[in-house]
Design a protein around this ligand. Structure first.
Ligand SMILES: [Zn+2]
Ligand SMILES: [Zn+2]
Length: 256
C-alpha cells in the first residue's frame, strides 16, 4: 500500500505541522499518492460552530496551498486534494454548493455524529439506543448514495454495548457497503491511539462479508506517516483475517 488518502492539516485546529512536512514525510515513507482530507467546514442553521474542523474562510487557502505543492512535487508524488466530511441531510445542499466551487479531487465520509451535531444532545453517544445506532447506519448509507465519496473512514466508530445487536447491524451495514462498492477504512490512528476502534468484532464481520478495505493513517501530524510499526501491525492484523487492502487503482476516485 503506497498511498494514504486520510491526511489532516493544522486548519482543523487539532492537527499540527505544515502542509509541506506531510508531503515530505509521505515521500520519505515511499508513498506514491498522498491525499489530504481535512475536516471540511460545515454549515449550520444556528450560530453553533464546531471548533474541530476548518472554518469556511480557510478552505480557499487550503486548496491553493495544496495545489502549489501538487505542482512543485509532481515528479515525486501525486497529491490529491479532498475533504473528510459528515453527512447532515438538513444542511447538505448548502455544503454541496460550497464544495462545488473548490474543484476537489475527492472526498471521504467521516461520520462522527448521529443525526447532526448542532441541536442533538449526547452526540457521539458512547452507547446509543438501537434506534440511534440504526439511524447512524442509515444516515451514512444515504450520504454515500450521493456518489460523492471515495470511501468511508473509520466505519466502526459507532459503539454499542449489545454485541449480538451490533453484529447483526454491522452485518447488514457491511453487505450494503459491499453492494455499493464503497471501500471501508481500517483507521491507523485509532490503532495508534488505542481508541475504541478499529473494533475487532466489526472487522470479523467485514472479513466474512468480503468488503474492499483501505488503510488510512488519519494523520494529524506529519511524523505519523513515518510510523512503520503501526502500519505493519495494522496490515498484519488484516492479513491475519484474510484481508488484502485494495491497491490504489482498485479504488474508484469519485470525482466531484
Ligand atoms: Zn481529526
Ligand atoms: Zn480524519
Amino acid at each position: 500500500m503506497r498511498y494514504n488518502l486520510h491526511t489532516h492539516t493544522y486548519r482543523c485546529n487539532h492537527a499540527s505541522g505544515d502542509d509541506r512536512e506531510y508531503v515530505e514525510a509521505a515521500i520519505k515513507a515511499g508513498m506514491k499518492t498522498l491525499g489530504f482530507a481535512d475536516h471540511c467546514p460545515q454549515f449550520f442553521p444556528t450560530d453553533y460552530y464546531s471548533n474541530f474542523r476548518m472554518r469556511p474562510e480557510k478552505a480557499a487557502e487550503y486548496v491553493e496551498s495544496l495545489r502549489a505543492l501538487k505542482k512543485e512535487y509532481r515528479d515525486d508524488i501525486e497529491i490529491l486534494i479532498g475533504f473528510e466530511t459528515e453527512y447532515y441531510p438538513e444542511t447538505f445542499d448548502k455544503f454541496r454548493d460550497f464544495i462545488a466551487g473548490l474543484d476537489l479531487d475527492y472526498m471521504i465520509m467521516g461520520q462522527h455524529f448521529i443525526h447532526n451535531e448542532y441541536d442533538v444532545p449526547g452526540y457521539r453517544a458512547s452507547d446509543p439506543s438501537c434506534e440511534d445506532a440504526r439511524q447512524y447506519v442509515n444516515q451514512t448509507l444515504e450520504g454515500l448514495r450521493t456518489g460523492l465519496f471515495t470511501y468511508i473512514a473509520h466505519p466502526d466508530i459507532l459503539r454499542h454495548s449489545d454485541p449480538v445487536f451490533y453484529r447483526e447491524l454491522m452485518k447488514d451495514y457491511c453487505s450494503q457497503l459491499k453492494e455499493m462498492d464503497i471501500p471501508i477504512e481500517y483507521n491507523i490512528l485509532g490503532y495508534r491511539n488505542k481508541k475504541w476502534y478499529p473494533n475487532p468484532l466489526f472487522w470479523q464481520v467485514a472479513a466474512e462479508t468480503g468488503n474492499k478495505v483501505v488503510l488510512g493513517y488519519d494523520a494529524h501530524e506529519p511524523g505519523a506517516l513515518l510510523e512503520k510499526n503501526n502500519f505493519d501491525a495494522c496490515m498484519g492484523y488484516l492479513n491475519m483475517l484474510g484481508i488484502t487492502p485494495a491497491r490504489f487503482s482498485e479504488i474508484k476516485n469519485r470525482k466531484l
